[in-house]
Design a protein around this ligand. Structure first.
Ligand SMILES: NC(=O)c1ccc[n+]([C@@H]2O[C@H](COP(=O)([O-])OP(=O)(O)OC[C@H]3O[C@@H](n4cnc5c(N)ncnc54)[C@H](OP(=O)(O)O)[C@@H]3O)[C@@H](O)[C@H]2O)c1
Length: 244
């Protein structure tokens, strides 16, 4: 029997790389997508900027020519922003929505027939920020909230086509992600956070169980309840943390 195929966007660093290694160690052929091919080998790299329509076509062409379908698509490539709404230039706002929302939605649409062939699974990487408003990260939160709602509403739409959808909401995991974010502000130093390899193991286990949603680390579930229970305190704490 041929090995299952996983296509992972943003597989060259951070969470994407950790998931690529995990799925590979579990017997998958991993196809990684990123703009700049890194120095290490994967089963197949596709150099593509997923925000460009012509590059999305390059991905579809490679899959059509080289594989008979996709078992797992992980929409992971994304970036953060650390700026107030007032500080955010229009270009950056459009840029972050392009990468975190429009690109994975449009790419998924093009790859759906390949997932259908294999009765595959789409794993959408949102963020706990998609369920939690954070000042100075408003634009990022908005992209990830939109992406979570896209992911959850896509699930019932394609269930009859035997394609599953899992929404993943990671909390802070140190990958160097902050240093690549848009905006000039620095996020406050807060304790805690997750580990990329443990995250990847949790994603794989949740995928195997056919879960609809994963929040990692689990205690972010409680943090996400705070604005609903203590909205004033939550906002005051954030004003203090972000020195607003
Ligand atoms: N780390 C965290 O704390 C955290 C928390 C919650 C959610 N997340 C989410 O998890 C995902 C991965 O985060 P990370 O921390 O692993 O980020 P990362 O280390 O900055 O990695 C981002 C990856 O995306 C690729 N990428 C960026 N722009 C791209 C484009 N236009 N087209 C194709 N690939 C592109 C990058 O490669 P190239 O630069 O070569 O293209 C890289 O492989 C993101 O969606 C992020 O929002 C992260």
């Amino acid at each position: 029997m041929s090995k299952p195929i996983a296509l992972i966007t943003g597989a060259s660093s951070g969470l994407g790389l950790a998931m690529a290694l995990r799925f590979r160690s579990e017997g998958f052929v991993v196809v990684g997508v990123c703009r700049h091919r890194p120095g290490f080998e994967l089963d197949r790299w596709i150099e593509a900027d997923i925000t460009l329509p012509e590059d999305r076509d390059v991905i579809v062409k490679a899959i059509t020519e080289e594989f008979d379908g996709i078992d797992v698509l992980i929409n992971n490539a994304g970036k953060g922003s650390y700026a107030t709404w007032e500080e955010m230039p229009e270009h950056d706002l459009r840029d972050i929505f392009e990468l975190n929302f429009f690109a994975p939605v449009l790419l998924t649409g093009k790859l759906l027939p390949f997932l259908e062939k294999k009765r595959g699974t789409i794993i959408n990487i949102s963020s706990v920020a998609g369920g939690l408003h954070v000042p100075c990260m408003g634009a990022y939160c908005a992209t990830k909230a939109a992406y979570k709602l896209y992911s959850d509403s896509l699930r019932p739409e394609i269930l009859r086509r035997h394609v599953k959808v899992m929404t993943v909401m990671p909390g802070r995991i140190d990958t160097g992600f902050s240093s690549r974010a848009l905006g000039a502000r620095k996020p406050p130093e807060t304790p805690g956070g997750g580990n990329a390899d443990r995250f990847a193991a949790k994603v794989f286990a949740a995928y195997r169980k056919g879960r609809r949603c994963l929040i990692y680390p689990f205690w972010y579930r409680l943090v996400m309840m705070l604005p609903g229970i203590l909205p004033g305190l939550y906002d005051r704490k954030n004003i203090q943390l972000w020195r607003l």
